[in-house]
Design a protein around this ligand. Structure first.
Ligand SMILES: [Cu+2]
Length: 360
């Protein structure tokens, strides 16, 4: 069990003159935390301008004044991962064939405490699988054998809980016999990959919300035996967030670990007119009940959980609760610059936004 005390147990409440936002009201009403991340954020992002941070509280907490603070780039090299690479980093592991003819995929996962620069100058004390957020994108085929050697190099108890069909002792939940691993320990998860679809994995050690919010999650793709129709481009996108002041609400919303990474002026995703793009989209966002994805100036075919080869919907917006995921397929008809973002405007303004740059 995780014996760590909460990192923020401060009780705060609304004060006279403080901005009344939906979020502040919610927090006051819940008797918990209080003034928002934005104050802490303002302070964190603009350390030399405390008065600005104060001023921000009396304006809208997520006003435009925060955006100019998020300029420049984080140190991807020091972070040890880059969201542009994560988009297409599908990991089949070490592949071999078992005596029974089954294909075996072997992985090594290490849980590590690690400081991640999530916006320039702001470090987040993360917990990671293999030093990155999200963890590696496991990709295998239906019926293959998956073997994951899990080493816990952190100073907290962790596990890997896979979505999919497998025996109870591979579920990573209750105790050391089912894959919960103490500091310095190890466990081998092994199972057949089923059913085909888009799944995920995450730590399942209590307090679960903390272990997920700290960064322990990733995508788990099981391709159907017959494959999917060939796509020109395939991307994985993991939607999550960061609670940088540990008050139990998110201060940043992200795809693949870094806020605003795919935005204009940063690293928009390049596409060509007519190309079939396929997105493996996973929502593991903690604290907020619902996340969403909206594609501009286009519609996509949607395959919930990826467990059926026929789409159930042709739309431009979907909503996903935590753990929900699905596959999106689309082609752009016209060249141009097109946003994709959470259709929860607040999430978009706090980092969950990007752009497809489509050329002819
Ligand atoms: Cu954990």
């Amino acid at each position: 069990m995780d014996k760590t005390p909460p990192e923020s147990a401060t009780s705060k409440s609304l004060e006279p003159g403080q901005a009344i936002s939906r979020r502040n009201l919610l927090k006051a009403g819940m008797g918990g935390a209080g003034l928002i991340g934005a104050a802490a954020l303002g302070a964190a992002l603009q350390p030399s301008s405390g008065s600005d941070a104060q001023a921000s509280q009396s304006q809208h907490v997520h006003g435009r004044h925060l955006m100019p603070a998020v300029v420049g780039d984080v140190d991807h090299v020091r972070n040890g991962f880059n969201p542009t690479d994560i988009l297409t980093d599908f990991d089949a592991g070490a592949v071999s064939v078992l005596p029974n003819g089954q294909t075996l995929h072997e992985y090594t996962f290490v849980a590590q405490d690690k400081s991640i620069e999530i916006v320039p100058g702001l470090e987040f004390a993360a917990w990671t699988y293999n030093g990155r957020i999200p963890g590696p994108t496991i990709r295998v085929q239906e019926g293959d054998r998956v073997r994951i050697e899990f080493l816990n190099g952190s100073d907290h108890e962790h596990s890997i809980h896979f979505h999919g069909i497998h025996p109870g002792n591979m579920d990573g939940v209750f105790d050391s016999a089912s894959g919960v691993v103490g500091p310095g320990g190890r466990y081998t998860y092994e199972f057949d990959a089923e059913p085909f679809g888009l799944h995920l994995y995450h730590c399942h050690t209590p307090p679960l919300s903390k272990h997920i919010a700290k960064g322990l999650y990733g995508a788990f793709i099981i391709d159907p035996k017959e494959g999917r129709p060939k796509a020109d481009r395939e991307f994985v996108m993991i939607m999550s967030g960061f609670d940088v002041d540990f008050d139990g609400t998110n201060d940043f919303y992200v795809v693949n670990g870094i806020p605003f990474h795919y935005d204009l002026g940063k690293y928009p995703i390049q596409l060509k007119v007519g190309e079939l793009a396929r997105i493996y989209l996973v929502n593991i966002l903690e604290f907020d009940p619902i996340n969403s994805f909206h594609l501009h100036a286009n519609f996509f075919h949607y395959f919930p959980t990826g467990t059926n080869l026929n789409p159930t919907e042709f739309t431009d917006t979907i909503a996903l609760m935590q753990g929900q995921r699905g596959i999106l397929e689309f082609r752009y008809k016209y060249p141009g610059r097109y946003m994709f973002h959470a259709h929860k405007t607040e999430f978009a303004e706090l980092g969950w936004t990007g752009v497809f740059e489509v050329s002819s």
